[in-house]
Ligand binder design. Sequence first.
Ligand code: CA
Length: 404
Amino acid sequence: MPAGSVSNIIMPAVLATVGLLVAAYPASAQKCQDSQQFRPWLADLKAEALAGGISARTWATAAPQLVFDPAIVRKDRAQGVFSQTFLQFSDRMVAQYRLDQGRANLRKLKSTFDRIETQFGVPGPVISAFWGLETDFGQVLGNDSTLKSLTSLAYDCRRPAKFRPQLIDALRLIENGDLQASQMIGAWAGELGQMQFLPTEYYHVSVDYDGDGKRDLLKSRADALASGANLMKSFGWRRGEPWLEEVKVPTRMDWAQADLAVEHPRSRWKTSGVRYADGRPIPGDGLKASLLLPMGHKGPAFLAYPNFRMFLEWNQSLVYSTTAAYFATRLAGAPKVSRGGKINSLSHQQIRQLQRILVARGFDVGKVDGIPGRRTRAAVKVVQQRLGLPADSYPTAELLARLQ
Ligand code: CA
């Protein structure tokens, strides 16, 4: 990730494929630093890798990097918590230089992007948004040994079930001839290449698009961009449909409808008074959409279409996903988002405070982590409804004050 700026939110990206592998994982995956010395742990890993089709030769080329580095674990423990608002984050990430570079790349690589869209159905601006956010269009790929990072994170007891299969798939990439062990240099948490794929998505989803027989997401731009498109396609991208459009909402409406879990045909949003941001009417057709208010009813407003879910598959953080989808609309020609009125968003500490209050009132908010995730927002909505406040699911200082 560029300058580590989004490492903490890229990390939780959970792919369906990864989930399956974790579920099917043997008991040996539970062994980690607390219960096993490193050498026997590595011997177990080797046995598992060889049984899984990794050759002794591949193991030997990887072996020098299959070491435990406590510095990687310290980085994992020290990850900052992501609690920026959509506008704070998108102001920073959708910076002018990135828009300029993204637009220039779309022009320069037009024929590649056209070919990719024809084959995979995913438009250039969508792929470019991730390409820009993840690595500044392939310029910042990271400096850590992927094998060392994954070995360290798999041996650490925090999330071995996530990282051990990643490590095995990293070995499969070598076995398959896509990369040599020495080429596997990326982000400290194991993401690799211009689109920052973890080895499991790299192994299962990436494609060779320049025809050299190898899937090289580090050096081959064509491979990286087509693989990004194929990942979105594998999530279920719907060809030719929009993903996100900025809208204006009336000052009064049933805010409880503004929820990603609620979908209505555009005709119904139109009847509720929703218009495009520039005042034009939205089509009164049957295309389904959710009303997304990333900062509540006073902030920016979007119609989020079924394709928006694919952004959430890429990264489950709502702020990251909304930013990536918004960046893609900007690359596709949309103007700057309207900033809305004054919004008293909560700090990280205040969100924790709110989460503790919600837990004390019997709500399940997941982890008390200072991040207003899906469950926290759902609890906020219920509380807002009980208090007779606009039920837009967005936690504000006013809400916290009422609850205290
Ligand atoms: Ca290739």
